[in-house]
Design a protein around this ligand. Structure first.
Ligand code: SF4
Length: 71
């Protein structure tokens, strides 16, 4: 049995996000979009785990998650 880890993906905590849009502008792959209600959300298929959003957010709303898979 082997395990491998995919690249981390960002997730944004909607309870912390205030919808300032800073992460949307900064994301190198345009992986973040604004949802109704002024909350940002990451599109996992576009996220490369750069950590740009987590580094800049003044609310510490995004976090990077590594998912492990057993194969
Ligand atoms: S930078 Fe933080 S507070 Fe601003 S939109 Fe992105 S996740 Fe929300």
């Amino acid at each position: 049995m082997m395990t491998y880890e995919k690249r981390p993906k960002a997730q944004i905590d909607p309870e912390k996000c205030v919808g300032c849009g800073a992460c949307i502008t900064a994301c190198p792959t345009q992986a973040i979009k604004m949802l109704p209600g002024w909350v940002s959300a990451v599109q996992p298929s576009k996220c490369i785990g750069s950590g740009t959003c987590a580094a800049l957010c003044h609310r510490q709303a995004p976090c990077l998650t590594i998912r492990s898979y057993v194969i």
